[in-house]
Design a protein. Structure first.
Lengths: 110, 116
């Protein structure tokens, strides 16, 4: 069974702090995506990383894909209350059976 | 464009009852998916479809059936609901881009199902 393990499962921080969320697997992915989900809504794509070692930045969010394409990290600089939500990583093995991690629930206190 | 819509938004069933969840997308996507989301377990794939008239099993297909008679619609059926099927159900659609890399999965707002 292919697994995507996310850590930490829950994170509560003060506004302005930095944080990193991790997504790890023993499987190799052709691409990996990060989604954010807010309460009562479906997940919304943040970024897709494709190349091993790739780093993408989206304002205060930095995404990195591991060299071996088995893991990824999401770093948020100077977190804001609007960053609160459930962050999900999603691995594409090239087939149609998609794999989601269990998610990291982030709460940013003002 | 409405994107991905799901009906109903919320439903309460008694054990043994049946129901159908409807997903519709207006983006002409080939691929559609049904997931369930439970606390601490992320999104688990129930069934998926790679095109009109085709369906396939995902990670947790037992107790569910699906149909894709039209490209824009993907139906999820529960023939005899059980309390273990209490969950939030999400539908998603996507397409494969050039090079076989999956493009964004677009999700609906979800259906909350409670089975008593």
């Amino acid at each position: 069974t292919q697994l995507l393990e996310q850590s930490p499962q829950f994170l509560s921080i003060q506004e302005g702090e930095n944080l990193t969320v991790y997504c790890n697997s023993s499987s190799v992915f052709s691409s990996l995506q990060w989604y954010r989900q807010e309460p009562g809504e479906g997940p919304v794509l943040l970024v897709t990383v494709v190349t091993g070692g790739e780093v993408k930045k989206l304002k205060r969010l930095t995404f990195q894909f591991g060299d071996a394409r088995k893991d990824s990290s999401l770093h948020i600089t100077a977190a804001q209350p609007g960053d609160t939500g459930l962050y999900l990583c999603h691995g594409d093995t090239g087939g149609f059976k998609t794999i989601f991690g269990a998610g990291t629930r982030l709460f940013v206190k003002a | 464009n409405a994107g991905v819509t799901q009906t109903p938004k919320f439903r309460v069933l008694k054990t043994g009852q049946s129901m159908t969840l409807l997903c519709a997308q207006d983006m002409n996507h080939e691929y559609m998916y049904w997931y369930r989301q439970d606390p601490g377990m992320g999104l688990r794939l129930i069934h998926y479809s790679v095109g009109e008239g085709t369906t396939a099993k995902g990670e947790v297909p037992d107790g569910y059936n699906v149909s894709r008679l039209k490209k824009q619609n993907f139906l999820l059926g529960l023939e005899s609901a059980a309390p273990s099927q209490t969950s939030v159900y999400f539908c998603a659609s996507s397409y494969k881009g050039s090079g076989g890399i999956e493009e964004t999965q677009y999700f609906g707002p979800g259906t909350r199902l409670l089975v008593l």
